[in-house]
Ligand binder design. Structure first.
Ligand code: NDP
Ligand code: ZN
Length: 358
């Protein structure tokens, strides 16, 4: 038996949790809700580390619920399926991103924009109230298994490299979605601000879509990587006298304080800026409306992950075109170090935890 069903049909799980915002990760045993008729139980093999995990676990976006088991870039193998499940069978590969359930009935859910469920029933993968299961707190992917509604599991072909698939479930969809929304295409001149886990995926997708891509980073460390991914320019300054070009589209993945107006300045008339990076509350970023009005004729919008249908589309697109993240595999013992590196400029791109290791 690859999993344990307890007497109340709950599933025994173990993972790694932070018990308070300043704690280190510690082994944590817990249970997950029973595998319902529409649910799949997935053995987690790989879990990517997203900067949102850090913001949440360290209560940077408001007080988290502890114990906190982050992780919403999940790839693994189906261990069990409920009796109504048609999308998966035992042994299939599956991915789980930032959501595990929603109402399914409102306009947003019907249009597969489940992250915007109009009945406020989106259940996020961790640190979220599961309104379908007695409001229990959800636990994420830094663990050995997860139970999700089959509609929220993404089909992954058996020949895919699961370790590299994991980050697509958040970093992939969060960048693919606004690139599609803003209709980035052959000949578009675009820029990516913040060149980490999300930024790298934005560069790779935009290059594949035929855009000319520039990267904005804080230092030259990853210039060669950007050029190798197909970027044309790499800047460590947003000064117009150095940049000397303007963009149809800019995506900001910056997770810390910065001034968004400098990027607005670099947009062409009619250009669009998608903001996905979400800095801590203490470093809150605001746009001055006077600047917005005087730099008029440009569109700025926020973007939150992407719906389930588009997540499947992104995964299929990525695998078809062999677009994978640059990853560094780590053991669960190395999560704290990875968090430190990600917050001190020492990380390269995506850390992925090998959840088969103790
Ligand atoms: P990473 O830490 O992997 O990457 C962030 C990158 O931004 C790093 O390379 C960092 O560089 C760079 N950076 C920091 N400050 C600046 C600056 N002022 N100018 C240019 N670059 C800068 O984070 P992720 O890619 O995982 O996540 C990015 C953000 O997106 C986070 O806030 C996260 O919460 C958010 N997010 C939002 C989602 C959504 O749906 N909207 C979904 C997923 C994530 P350095 O290495 O020098 O620090
Ligand atoms: Zn994420």
């Amino acid at each position: 038996m690859k999993y344990t069903v307890l007497e109340n049909n709950r599933i025994a799980s173990k993972g790694y949790a932070m018990l308070s915002k300043d704690a280190k990760f510690t082994p944590f045993e817990f249970t997950r809700h029973a595998v319902g008729d529409n649910d799949v139980l997935i053995k987690i093999l790989y879990a990517g580390i997203c900067h949102s995990d850090i913001h949440t676990a360290k209560s940077e976006w408001g007080e988290a619920t502890y114990p906190c088991v982050p992780g919403h870039e999940i790839a693994g193998e189906v261990l069990a399926v409920g009796k109504n499940v048609s999308k998966f069978k035992v042994g299939d590969y599956a991915g789980v991103g930032c959501m595990v359930n929603s109402c399914g009935e409102c306009e947003a859910c019907k249009n597969s924009q489940e992250q915007f469920c109009e009945n406020s029933k989106t259940v996020f993968t961790y640190n979220s109230k599961d309104v379908f299961h007695d409001n229990e707190n959800t636990y994420g992917g830094y663990s050995n298994n997860i139970v999700v509604n089959e509609n929220f599991a993404i089909c992954v072909p058996k020949d895919a490299a699961l370790d590299k698939v994991a980050p697509l479930l958040c970093a992939g969809i969060t960048t693919y979605s606004p690139l599609k929304f803003s209709k980035v295409k052959q000949g578009s001149n675009i820029a990516v601000a913040g060149f980490g886990g999300l930024g790298m995926m934005a560069v790779k997708y935009a290059v594949k879509m035929g855009a000319r891509v520039s990267v904005f980073a804080r230092n030259e460390n990853k210039k060669a990587d950007a050029l190798a991914m197909g970027a044309s320019c790499f800047y460590t300054s947003t000064d117009k006298s150095e940049v000397k070009q303007s963009f149809d589209f800019i995506i900001s993945t910056i997770p810390t304080f910065y001034d968004p107006i400098v990027y607005l300045d670099l947009l062409k008339f009619g250009g669009e800026m998608a903001i996905v990076g979400l800095p801590p509350l203490k470093n809150e970023v605001n746009i001055n409306i006077k600047d917005l009005v005087y730099k008029a004729g440009k569109k700025v919008y926020g973007s939150l992950i992407g719906g389930i249908a588009q997540t499947q589309e992104m995964l299929d697109f990525s695998l078809r075109h062999q677009i994978y993240p640059e990853i560094e595999l780590i053991t669960p013992q190395e999560i704290d170090k990875a968090y430190k590196n990600l917050t001190s400029g020492k990380a390269k791109f995506r850390y992925v935890i090998d959840m088969t290791k103790e």
